[in-house]
Write a protein that binds this ligand. Structure first.
Ligand code: ADP
Ligand code: MG
Length: 610
């Protein structure tokens, strides 16, 4: 065994940096959090080449005193936490004192800062965590940090960087979330010289939503509010008819922090149960306030997850806030909310819109949220929230249906069922049950084939092998898909890749795309939801790597496959059964089996014959 030694400081810093700074977006997130914590009300963010070569964050906050500037870059150096007790009541976004040290360890930094009230500021230059220069500088109050050449000294990490486009869009989404989290701060985001977002910082959630997510999204929102003894929720949820094909517009903020949470997502979606088409998701911008001691923010290095002392209390509050908004809109009480404006004249200019907002604000300062006490709701609603909570969490954790597991085991054991398929003996299609399953008699067994899953797999394999003939269908009038600024630009950037799969898209304003061709197997009515699903994947990972392309192919295959629930002609059933029974496919792209058998002997046993 080699001798145990203590790591040198800069090695330890590099290791720690890996946790905090995973990609350019994490740098931007930490720098914005510092600017927010500094009390700034104007923050501007600029990036070039997906943030890999250049990130600048400027704020008009409290600045850093000359004597503290170097210390700020040391590990565990923070002005926000004095002792362990403080951690339980943390009110700032930062507290670990790690970010600046971690970022500095893997980049070249320029810091210009002037403390409020100070005569002059200072400028500090660092490279790989070492201070190269510190000198007085004339600069405005507040702080500017420029981070260049991220990961220049960690080639391994550089290799993992995705395309500039993918990193850039991940930064956009960080900025978008930060800006939504603080309507009282004016954010400007400039990407490769172009302003992508600008919020006014007028403290109104509506202005933020309007500027960041677009006019149509804002128009489809209903106001929502609920409170309990210890939790309050306020914000907006989407009306059921404006549901989206994905969850990318579900935003939850807990005490001002952007949070990802299965719990909150289930609480929201539960409220829409039976009210929304399958495969569609509600959007929301919800601000949850909870006593700092009832929530643990220190469970994740990037601080994007939290633990609640009482999950159920928070779940209920979100659930009732959404349910209340939906009830109100159903009863027509939500006239003041944006939701009912959805059908109004869409041609209003931005100025009209802003004027309208301020009029309404003046007319009724309390208009925006209708209080809905969770307790009141409990009285009128039979559904017992704790059961809802339980069942929806169970569903979220659900794994494979039990019935399939035998099939699966066989499959992985490498065995019999495969050879059965491969046998070339004839089979007979008996028919179709429930518009979903093809029933086939084959040798000494009855087979059930999930026609959608089988078709989906065949499509997927064709796409993946490059043998896919998209057979685009030319649309007489192009379909205009409203997707919001972020999604629309992602699609336009990937137009060439989409073209190969049969989509021809062009930009149509900054928030929509015009679709001129779609793959022949896709329903025109599904165009927007397919593109929106593809977008989620493009934003997550781009289309560069085979594994990432697979996810996009899965989406298209699923949408192009014949639908379960729609009756199919004899020919279609025969053709599909032939391909499945010849062993061409055995699992759908998501890993579920496409077919399983019930043997004659099982049937005989069931009937007491043997
Ligand atoms: P943390 O935010 O967890 O305290 P950081 O490493 O992010 O740790 O920052 C270290 C310290 O540097 C902060 O506690 C704060 O005092 C100071 N600081 C960083 N950025 C800014 C800024 N934009 N304005 C004012 N002070 C800042
Ligand atoms: Mg910080």
């Amino acid at each position: 065994m080699p001798k145990i030694i203590e790591l040198e400081q800069h090695v330890a810093d590099l290791i720690a940096a890996g946790e905090v700074v995973q990609r350019p977006a994490s740098v931007v997130k930490e720098l914005i959090e510092n600017s927010i914590d500094s009390g700034a009300n104007i923050i501007s963010i600029e990036i070039a080449s997906g943030g890999m070569t250049y990130i600048r964050v400027t704020d008009n906050g409290c600045g850093i005193a000359a004597e503290d500037a170097k210390t700020a870059f040391l590990r565990h150096a923070t002005s926000k936490l004095q002792d362990a007790e403080g951690l339980a009541a943390i009110g700032t976004l930062g507290f670990r004192g790690e970010a600046l040290a971690a970022i500095a360890a893997v980049s070249r930094i320029e810091l210009m800062t002037r403390e409020s009230g100070a005569d002059e500021g200072i400028s500090l230059t660092l490279e790989a965590g070492e201070v190269l220069d510190m000198s007085p500088a004339g600069c405005p109050e507040g702080t500017t940090i420029i981070v260049r050449d991220l990961f220049f000294n960690t080639p391994a990490r550089l290799k993992f960087a995705k395309s500039d486009r993918a990193e850039g869009s991940s930064i956009s989404s960080v900025v978008l979330r930060a800006a939504l989290s603080r309507p009282d701060i004016s954010f400007r985001f400039i990407k490769d010289g172009k302003t992508e977002y600008h919020t006014p910082g007028d403290s109104r959630v509506e202005s933020c939503i309007y500027n960041l997510l677009g006019r149509e999204v804002e128009a489809g929102f209903l106001d929502a509010e609920s409170y309990d003894e210890a939790v309050s929720v306020r914000g907006f949820v989407s009306s059921p008819d404006t549901a989206r094909g994905n969850r990318s517009y579900q935003f939850f903020f807990v005490n001002g922090r952007v949070i990802r949470s299965l719990l909150l997502q289930s609480a929201l979606e539960q409220a829409y149960k039976n009210n929304i088409q399958i495969g569609k998701f509600p959007s929301c911008v919800l601000y949850i306030k909870i006593k700092p001691s009832d929530v643990d923010v220190n469970v994740h290095p990037a601080k994007t997850e939290v633990k609640f002392v009482s999950d159920k209390q928070v779940f209920d509050c979100v659930y009732y806030a959404a349910l209340g908004a939906l009830e109100d809109s159903r009863l027509g009480n939500n006239d003041q909310a944006f939701g009912n404006r959805a059908n109004e004249d869409r041609a209003k200019t931005e100025t009209d819109m802003r004027a309208e907002h301020s009029d309404r604000r003046d007319a009724d300062d309390n208009y925006s949220f209708k209080a809905m006490h969770a307790e009141d709701f409990r009285k009128v609603h039979v559904a017992e929230p704790s059961n809802i909570y339980k069942s929806s969490m169970d569903a979220a954790q659900m794994t494979f249906p039990q019935a399939f597991s035998t099939f699966e085991n066989k499959e992985t054991a490498g065995d019999e069922s495969v050879s059965l398929y491969a046998a070339a003996s004839p089979f007979r299609v008996i028919g179709e049950a429930l518009n979903v399953y093809i029933i086939v008699e084959f040798q000494e067994a009855v087979w059930f084939i999930d026609k959608h899953a089988a078709h989906e797999r065949l499509h997927f394999d064709a796409l993946r092998s490059g043998n896919y003939e998209p057979m685009s269908e030319s649309l007489i009038t192009p379909v205009i898909c409203y997707l919001g600024h972020e999604d629309a630009s992602t699609l336009i950037e990937n137009a060439a890749f989409l073209e190969v799969m049969g989509f021809t898209i062009e930009s149509f304003g900054s928030e929509s795309v015009a679709v001129r061709h779609i793959p022949a197997d896709i329903d025109i009515g599904d165009t927007e939801s397919v593109l929106s699903d593809i977008c989620v994947q493009l934003k997550q990972s781009g289309a560069a790597e085979p594994a990432e392309r697979d996810n996009i192919f899965k989406t298209i295959a699923c949408k192009a496959a014949i639908k379960a629930g729609r009756s199919s002609g004899r020919q279609e059933l025969e053709a599909l059964a032939a391909r499945v029974m010849s062993g061409e496919v055995s699992q759908c792209p998501h890993g579920r089996p496409v077919a399983f058998e019930i043997s004659k002997s099982t049937l005989d046993k069931g009937f007491g014959r043997i």
